[in-house]
Design a protein around this ligand. Sequence first.
Ligand SMILES: NC(=O)c1ccc[n+]([C@@H]2O[C@H](COP(=O)([O-])OP(=O)(O)OC[C@H]3O[C@@H](n4cnc5c(N)ncnc54)[C@H](O)[C@@H]3O)[C@@H](O)[C@H]2O)c1
Length: 260
Amino acid sequence: MKLDSTISAVVTGGASGLGAATAKALAAHGVRVAIFDLSGEAAREVASEIGGVAATVDVTSDDSVSAGFLAARAAHGQERILVNCAGIVGGARTIARDRETGQISHARLDSFEQIIRVNLIGTYRCLSKSAAGMAELLPLGDDERGVIINTASIAATDGQIGQAAYAASKAGVVGLALPVARDLAGDCIRVNTILPGVIGTPMMAGIPQGIKERLEDAVPFPKRLGRPEEFASLVLEICRNPYLNAASIRLDGAIRMAAR
Ligand SMILES: NC(=O)c1ccc[n+]([C@@H]2O[C@H](COP(=O)([O-])OP(=O)(O)OC[C@H]3O[C@@H](n4cnc5c(N)ncnc54)[C@H](O)[C@@H]3O)[C@@H](O)[C@H]2O)c1
């Protein structure tokens, strides 16, 4: 897909980190970008910087996502690109042992369910609603109608201690890509997945300096955290390259996460 001002895009989680870098990179190529984010104020800031539009959207809510697409399409027309970046992390071990009493308790499922709701179901909700609109569009060159890019994580395969919910949610995002690409192939819509390693975004800002240095040291090459612009650059290439479909691409400097 040629990226220019005839194309519009929706970026979920576009108020921050990987989504914001993606929104900026698409806009730099003339693409009309709508940002969906739970944080409406931050979304509006990024949108005003790039001449795009913003909608306060909670990807766990059907009504909220539908309203977001209505607003985005009213402003820019039907999107041909959807980039799903909205996501949350959370850590909890499967069982916990009380230090004083020695009592063992099982995991609390409310946090597990919320991570699945946002990262996995939220991704599927947005892509399904987006694809339904894309399928109505006239095809471009190569007969393509649209492209969907989902954000998983290397935790999908290298989940660490305490990451059961996050890893399961991201493995789900990887797992749905092939069947969805097959579902949408007849409508000429591609679906690809990026599995970022450790990228320096606000999501990572909370980690202590010592752990950050250990993570950087664990990356074979280049020995540093990834940059949001490197993620955005891969999004652009996936949009441009019509033969990339149902691909899962690690973007991780060759890191393989240890158990902790
Ligand atoms: N940063 C990394 O190292 C890394 C690594 C692997 C995968 N990822 C994934 O990349 C994606 C983006 O991460 P990031 O590092 O840019 O994080 P981030 O926290 O900077 O951005 C995530 C954005 O998602 C939004 N969001 C959260 N819940 C939402 C909801 N229910 N509805 C709508 N928006 C919601 C947040 O408000 C935020 O703006 C996430 O899916 C994350 O799991 C990040």
